[in-house]
Design a protein around this ligand. Structure first.
Ligand SMILES: [Fe+2]
Length: 273
């Protein structure tokens, strides 16, 4: 069975300028979400094993226009070397601006959902952006399409991507996909190995039967929600995912990470002790 290694990034919230936007105050002395995204992409270049692909699961741009999506695309072209990048849309994306600026297709407001085959696996991307109010929903057209696609199993299994996390795991109140049950009913007892999400800006891994549900940290900022308020913080990162015959393994990578090495050993020296 083929092994697959990929990076799950989410909630990049790119803008050419944050001035006047809701995220203006996130643009601090240490940089802004665009700077963090670039640093993460540059960090990925240092990996000894090149990932098979990079997934960015929505809120690509923060309420931006076509020119912001073109900027987002340019950043990827300038900082990602020879690794396929797959995108999904979130509630802060603007559908027509995405098609225009990222895909070069003007006057299009189609939902962004598709399937693609990678090393015997199948990546299935759904669009939960719905009406861009923050509510996440998969429309009936996509549900029918998903059910039809999953009728045919793949060699190694399917990975579903949806910006809003499914309710089966523990999700912050009001942030799960509203019609999670519809999706869960379709994917259970199929070849789906995992469902990957973003939206909450908090990493969380849970399971639904044999299916792993993984929500990645946002690359733009972290979010903590109290009883009465919501706090944005500087917890940023992504997930390093590996799939093999045992299923999906997820490693949360905090970046930047303030871990300091306190002791180093030569592995060769250890083997001889
Ligand atoms: Fe977000």
């Amino acid at each position: 069975m083929n092994k697959l290694t990929f990076l799950h990034l989410t909630d990049t919230h790119i803008l050419q300028s944050y001035k006047g936007s809701l995220l203006e105050k996130v643009d601090g002395p240490n940089g802004n979400p665009t700077d963090f995204f670039i640093k993460i992409l540059d960090h990925i270049k240092s990996f000894t094993q090149k990932p098979d692909f990079i997934l960015i699961s929505g809120d690509l741009v923060h309420e931006g226009n076509a020119s912001d999506y073109a900027y987002f695309k340019r950043i990827i072209e300038d900082h990602v070397e020879d690794i396929p990048v797959y995108t999904a849309l979130g509630n802060h994306d603007v559908t027509a601006a995405y098609w225009d600026g990222y895909e070069g297709k003007a006057n299009c407001s189609d939902k962004l959902f598709y399937e693609t085959a990678i090393n015997g696996y199948r990546l299935i991307v759904l669009d939960s952006s719905h009406d861009h109010s923050g509510v996440g929903m998969i429309d009936s057209n996509q549900l029918d399409w998903l059910a039809n696609v999953l009728k045919t199993p793949t060699e190694n299994g399917s990975i579903v991507v949806v910006h809003h996390p499914l309710e089966a795991g523990e999700v912050i109140d009001g942030h799960a996909l509203t019609n999670s049950k519809d999706v869960l009913n379709i994917i259970h007892d199929t070849d789906v190995i995992a469902v990957l999400s973003g939206h909450t800006h908090q990493n969380k891994v849970s399971s639904y039967g044999k299916i792993l549900l993984s929500t990645a940290d946002g690359t733009a900022f972290g979010v903590n929600i109290g009883n009465e308020s919501m706090h944005l913080n500087d917890r940023t990162g992504f997930s390093l995912c590996t799939v093999d015959e045992n299923g999906l393994a997820v490693q949360t990578v905090r970046f930047p990470d303030d871990i300091n090495t306190i002791l180093s050993f030569s592995l060769q020296a250890l083997q001889h002790n």
